[in-house]
Design a protein around this ligand. Structure first.
Ligand SMILES: [Fe+2]
Length: 383
């Protein structure tokens, strides 16, 4: 009984974790832009489409993309194929993986903007760099047949399973830094032949980020990688009560065996043992260096997936967007710097009014019909 009271107390203190929308303060709808300067769509963890073919988020996104001109881009923020990336044709996962990737690619059949994918941890699993390369080739071969007024060459970056952070100029005054955060966090991803890569160590990786941020210090900057530096859901230590009381349900949905003490212990230890969670030493190193470099520049947008939620967090003078709810959704809480969080499927749209001012919109198809499906929006300044 005492233990139960402790667990409930711990959950109340550390979190109010649910699927519901949470807001820091009030907000109101902003006026619509008729002719935006540039628009960026952010969607992550989109590789879990069910085979029945219905996906409300993708349908909504496709319509939004087809209303854009060439001054726009979409970034798919990793975990593009669950559970093991693109498997070889001999695997039972092969056709499912192709289907899940094609569901995303098909939203861009007629889209005229720029199109980018970054890898996530699931894209690396089981088949490593070979699986990643297989995914890259399928993405390239599909997208080379879509409209291309911006003369785009590469769609999957960093390419070839290299850790090299890559800068892309979306416009002359808006830069995009695409990174493979799993390569940095997971030692296994850094093993093997990297002779074609510029960056070969984690030190090189951090150095390259610092150089690129400095080189682009006068532009608006969006950093896109799979793992969020800040998050207040599962990977960030915000657990729903169920996960502490019935920890096995994290692996098997229906297996409600109550082992509360082990659950509390397992969840807190896991946060420090897994490279996929924010308290792991590699994760903390990644976050602290990235934040240090960005703070020297001014305000930027850091976009990530991984956590199956939509969140806006303002910390260290940066805007951290979590958009990992393309095909999955988890419960979410609030923490330091939280402005908004929701555990529903959706995506994010960043509408630049000029190169320094942008409107960040969190879009949940199927909900908030009275607000054009906008669950939250905020005007931000990037300088
Ligand atoms: Fe992930």
């Amino acid at each position: 009984m005492i233990l139960l009271a402790f667990i409930v107390g711990l959950n109340v203190i550390t979190s109010c974790v649910s699927h519901k929308a949470k807001y820091k303060g009030s907000w109101e709808r902003l006026s619509a832009e008729v002719d935006p300067y540039y628009t960026v769509f952010l969607i992550g963890d989109a590789g879990y489409s069910s085979v029945d073919g219905d996906n409300e988020v993708f349908d909504h996104l496709e319509k939004a993309l087809n209303n854009q001109n060439k001054n726009s881009a979409i970034i798919w923020l990793g975990d593009n194929i669950y559970p093991v990336g693109l498997a070889p044709s001999t695997s039972i996962y092969s056709s499912q993986g192709r289907y899940r990737l094609l569901a995303q690619l098909n939203t861009m059949r007629d889209y005229v903007g720029q199109k980018y994918f970054v890898p996530g941890n699931h894209d690396w699993y089981t088949y490593g760099r070979v699986g990643l390369r297989r995914q890259e080739l399928l993405i390239d071969s599909f997208l080379h047949h879509t409209p291309n007024p911006n003369d785009q060459d590469d769609y999957f970056l960093p390419s070839k399973g290299c850790g090299d952070p890559q800068i892309v100029d979306l416009k002359e005054d808006i830069a995009l830094l695409l990174m493979d955060s799993h390569w940095f966090l997971e030692e296994k991803a850094r093993i093997g032949d990297q002779s074609v890569c510029d960056v070969k160590t984690t030190e090189d990786y951090l150095q390259k980020i610092a150089e690129e941020v400095d080189r682009n210090k006068d532009k608006a900057l969006i950093i896109a990688s799979h793992h969020p530096p800040f998050t207040y859901a599962h990977h960030g230590g915000k657990f729903p009560l169920k996960d502490d009381l019935f920890p096995i349900t994290q692996k098997v949905d229906w297996l409600y065996i109550p082992i509360p003490f082990a659950g509390v212990l397992f969840n807190r230890i896991r946060l420090r043992m897994s490279e996929q969670d924010v308290y792991h030493p590699m994760y903390k190193q990644y976050r602290s260096k990235l934040v240090e470099v960005l703070e020297s520049k001014g305000r930027s947008i850091v976009a990530s997936g991984h956590e199956h939620t939509l969140q806006l967090i303002e910390n260290h003078n940066q805007y951290f967007i979590v958009s990992g709810a393309g095909t999955k959704n988890n419960k979410v809480g609030m923490g330091k710097g939280s402005r908004f969080g929701i555990g529903e499927q959706g995506y994010v749209k960043v509408v630049f009014l000029d190169s320094k001012v942008a409107k960040i919109q969190f879009i949940v198809p199927g909900l908030y019909e009275e607000h054009d499906n906008v669950a939250y929006e905020k005007l931000v300044t990037l300088e």
